[in-house]
Design a protein. Structure first.
Length: 77
């Protein structure tokens, strides 16, 4: 699978920690208790996508770094 670029929208993050539970080598809480990406390559693509899907407020975006295609959440048409 392609190299991923994962970002967290901190204004949407509610600090549920679901992403950290799913991919603790990728996500961690910052000083404000908001999730942040600490290692883009900390897990395989499937785990990173599962972590993004686990976010109850869809604050995590995952893009294919090479093409820029948004993989999650699905772009609105």
């Amino acid at each position: 699978m392609a190299k991923l670029k994962t970002t967290v929208n901190k204004s949407k993050c509610i600090s549920s920690g679901d992403c950290i539970e799913t991919a603790p080598t990728v996500f961690a809480f910052d000083a404000d208790e908001k999730s942040e990406v600490v290692n883009q390559d900390g897990a395989d693509a499937g785990t990173i996508l599962a972590a993004a899907r686990s976010c109850p407020v869809r604050a995590i975006t995952v893009n294919d770094e090479d093409t820029g295609e948004q993989l999650y959440p699905a772009p609105k048409k």
